[in-house]
Design a protein around this ligand. Structure first.
Ligand SMILES: CCCCCCCCCCCCCCCC(=O)SCCNC(=O)CCNC(=O)[C@H](O)C(C)(C)COP(=O)(O)OP(=O)(O)OC[C@H]1O[C@@H](n2cnc3c(N)ncnc32)[C@H](O)[C@@H]1OP(=O)(O)O
Length: 267
């Protein structure tokens, strides 16, 4: 279960927004959740029952520990993964001060192993929903064993590109990546894209055509573009190709629907 807060903003605002996602939930207000209400008061967070008994009060220092950003290079990243990371990263420097930013550069999106833990107040939502919850794609400790990926976003083109290296634990057909693992990555990239447009969102529909198998251990590009927006619906197109673009592995369309937080808490 994943949700995030972001707005469609200029690229500099976007970068700030990305870092805010995980420090978000500040001044979250109160949320209806069965008989329990979560009330935040900046700078401290109060978690109360309906009888107004304070269960715990937390100071901001608890949230200051910096989480690991899994979208940064590690020793398992192969040559092609590093080459593409460096390529997109070299085009993603922040605009210098005073320079107008039109979102014409790539922005690398950080990626953590929990959706909620590092959000101010979110730790309590995390406890309510499931205290041991971890992001599906980031829950295998052995670097390189499963999903190694980094997502970049370009606002002016409404495009995400993900460099994905598929580890040995993702085997489906012998020597090749499992279709469910490919679907997971498509959902992740298109879901990230949709959430940048308006969050929180959930996948309503995902259509996938598998065109050619992806060799295990290889690096591929997953690209998403915004097809159209209709009210709270976001239609996203996605393709998975070899890194030189010569081979189409997978094509997909995805529909995301904006939801309210209470939709998630209802279960
Ligand atoms: C800055 C950012 C950094 C990002 C940092 C990243 C953090 C890391 C990222 C990881 C990213 C992972 C992303 C994973 C995302 C999931 O995997 S979500 C999990 C899988 N999805 C689910 O479990 C969803 C289950 N379904 C539901 O909850 C509800 O059916 C939905 C989808 C929310 C829709 O319910 P609803 O809000 O009541 O909407 P409803 O009124 O029924 O329909 C609204 C509209 O959508 C249409 N619709 C609804 N469902 C469908 C459907 N299946 N097909 C076609 N149309 C549909 C309706 O027809 C309606 O259309 P209109 O009449 O408005 O034209």
């Amino acid at each position: 279960m994943v949700f995030f807060f972001a707005q469609s903003l200029s690229i500099l605002e976007m970068a700030r927004s990305v870092s805010r996602i995980f420090s978000g939930f500040r001044c979250f207000g109160s949320l209806p959740f069965g008989n329990t209400q979560l009330k935040t008061q900046c700078p401290s967070v109060l978690f109360r029952t309906t009888s107004e008994r304070t269960v715990v009060q937390v100071l901001p220092s608890i949230f200051s520990r910096k989480p690991r950003d899994f979208s940064l290079p590690n020793s398992s990243w192969g040559e092609e993964m590093m080459r593409l990371y460096n390529y997109y990263n070299s085009q993603s420097e922040e605009a210098t001060e005073g320079q107008e930013d039109h979102g014409e550069q790539w922005t690398r999106l950080p990626s953590y192993n929990r959706s909620l833990k590092y959000a101010t107040g979110g730790v309590y939502l995390s406890k309510i929903i499931q205290s041991k919850a971890r992001l599906f794609t980031r829950n295998i400790r052995d670097p390189g064993a499963a999903f190694e990926y980094v997502v970049f976003f370009r606002q002016d083109k409404q495009r995400c590109v993900c460099v994905f290296q598929a580890g040995h634990l993702l085997e489906g057909p012998p020597g090749h990546v499992h279709g469910g693992a490919i679907a997971t990555m498509i959902d992740t990239v298109t879901g990230t894209h949709a959430s940048l447009l308006s969050a929180p969102v959930m996948t309503a529909n995902l259509n996938i055509n598998y065109r050619s198998p992806i060799p295990l251990g290889s690096t591929v590009l997953i690209e998403s573009t915004l097809d159209k927006e209709e009210g709270k619906k976001k239609f996203i197109l996605c393709s998975v190709t070899s890194t030189d673009g010569s081979r189409v592995h997978t094509e997909a369309t995805a529909l995301f629907v904006s939801i309210s937080i209470s939709h998630l808490l209802r279960g």
